[in-house]
Design a protein. Structure first.
Length: 165
């Protein structure tokens, strides 16, 4: 997990040097971590260029997996720290305008009454961005319909999108 999070830090920083500074480790140590991952997966994870690095196609897929793992890790930490009460922490919701205006206010009042320590973030995105956010753990659940253009393209790729559990 440590190697994966180090790779994520490099990709986010755009360079090994900047990531090493942020992580407070030496650049050679971070380069060795990257080399271990690349050896493990038997392919390069980053493309090097004059201004730093950027993920390869496989590196992008790995980053997506790391995002999901990080969210699962975060939820596990919350559960362990709260003695098993998962209703504390952060719930990330994507909701269309109708859901945000009509259905969610009453639900959120009840949620807050039952779980006063639960923080709820609500966003309003549509289309493929929502699918990516769900898959990568940036949101936990999405409410709302799709736009007509999104329905045509998503029916061939993902006929049904279910919230992460």
């Amino acid at each position: 997990m440590n190697l994966l999070f180090r790779f994520q830090a490099i990709a986010e920083a755009g360079s090994v040097r900047r990531a090493a500074e942020r992580l407070n480790i030496t650049q050679p140590a971070l380069s060795r971590s990257l080399a271990q991952l690349e050896k493990h997966y038997a392919q390069p994870l980053l493309e090097r260029h004059a201004r730093g690095v950027r993920p390869t196609g496989f590196g992008q897929r790995l980053l997506s997996t790391i995002s999901r793992l990080a969210r699962d890790w975060e939820l596990a930490e919350i559960e362990l720290a709260s003695g098993g009460r998962l209703a504390e922490g952060l719930l990330r919701i994507n909701a269309g305008p109708l859901w945000s205006a009509v259905a969610l206010p009453a639900i959120l009042v009840k949620l807050h009454q039952m779980f006063p320590n639960l923080v709820v973030e609500i966003g309003n995105r549509s289309g493929a961005a929502v699918n990516a956010d769900l898959m990568e753990g940036r949101i936990d659940v999405s409410f709302g319909g799709m736009h007509a253009a999104d329905m045509l393209s998503s029916q061939t790729r993902n006929p049904r999108i279910y919230p992460r559990s």
